[in-house]
Design a binder for this molecule. Structure first.
Ligand code: HEM
Ligand code: HEM
Length: 240
């Protein structure tokens, strides 16, 4: 069994890996994370509201991904790839030269994805309670005035160090994806664009079972409505 996986063979035809919703989620998240830095840097020219709106959109995306992790296609479901013990085994096997090939997230990549989602979510949630100056609140999240001063200070502190964590994780994520694609000749980066990989004897599954994309659209509309609805109804100056 191990020998067969070690001697991984691809065949010519393509199999589905990532559905449209997961790919759209990924590249939209990448764009919005970049925009979070841009809107903050150019806030004096374009106004700070763009940073806030962009942050709400990130929050809605992450909320969507949580739902898609339950009802999404087989390769997007958390239950199929969040396996901490398998990640340790995978690392050990990789260093002994026996790393297996995976159709979807490999167990180590999966841990990085959980970390990325958690840190991005924490960054966006802390933004809701962040204030540049607790007494003046010139630039403030919509719920900064609803919490105690010490909570707002703590959230603001996290919101200032969080971006460094995001940059560090993204660098590891991108570099390991490039290394994996080059060394293992695994078309995983292309698959995040096209949705397909060449078929082969993968360890997790031979092909993804795709969920209905109409369901993804419904989940996305729901998550956007919840996030924007909450800040609009209960937030303090949410779009200013
Ligand atoms: C993942 C999403 C987000 C990212 C990556 C992000 C990133 C940043 C960065 C890099 C800064 C500058 C920190 C510094 O001064 O060193 C900042 C400041 C700020 N962000 Fe965000 N942000 C996000 C979401 C949000 C959200 C949702 C809100 C609120 C609606 C928000 C509100 C603020 C505020 C009020 C500041 C000013 C804090 C200050 O001047 O000290 N952010 N953000
Ligand atoms: C701000 C930058 C980025 C963030 C926050 C990010 C985040 C993520 C997340 C959350 C996933 C999981 C997808 C899912 O299951 O829904 C993922 C997967 C993936 N990303 Fe990124 N990504 C970033 C940049 C990139 C870039 C630049 C590339 C291309 C070089 C890339 C390549 C991939 C690939 C190939 C996967 C699937 C394989 C895997 O890592 O398990 N990402 N990324």
């Amino acid at each position: 069994m191990e020998k067969a996986e070690h001697n991984f063979k691809e065949t010519g035809h393509k199999v589905p890996v990532w559905d449209v919703a997961t790919r759209l989620f990924h590249w939209t998240l990448v764009t919005l994370i970049v925009l979070a830095f841009v809107t903050n840097n150019f806030a004096d020219k374009i106004g700070f509201n763009w940073h806030k709106i962009n942050g709400y959109a990130i929050l809605a995306l992450v909320f969507f991904r949580l739902m898609w992790g339950i009802w999404g296609s087989s390769t997007s479901r958390f239950i199929n790839f969040v396996k901490p013990f398998a990640a340790i085994r995978y690392f050990l096997e990789m260093f002994s030269g026996k790393g297996k090939h995976y159709l979807g997230h490999n167990p180590a990549g999966a841990m990085m994805i959980v970390a990325l989602l958690l840190v991005v979510a924490a960054q966006a949630i802390s933004g809701l309670f962040t204030a540049d100056d607790i007494s003046m609140m010139l630039f403030a999240g919509p719920f900064a005035s609803d919490v105690s001063e010490s909570t707002a200070e703590w959230m603001s502190y996290f919101h200032r160090i969080g971006p460094n964590l995001i940059i560090a994780l993204v660098c590891i994520h991108v570099l390991s994806n490039i290394a994996y694609a080059v060394l293992k000749r695994d078309g995983m980066i292309t698959a995040m664009v096209t949705g397909c990989k060449k078929s082969g004897n993968y360890s997790d599954a031979q092909s993804a079972r795709l969920s209905h994309q109409g369901l993804a659209f419904t989940c996305f509309v729901f998550s956007a409505a919840v996030v924007f609805g909450i800040v609009y109804l209960w937030g303090d100056a949410p779009f200013l």
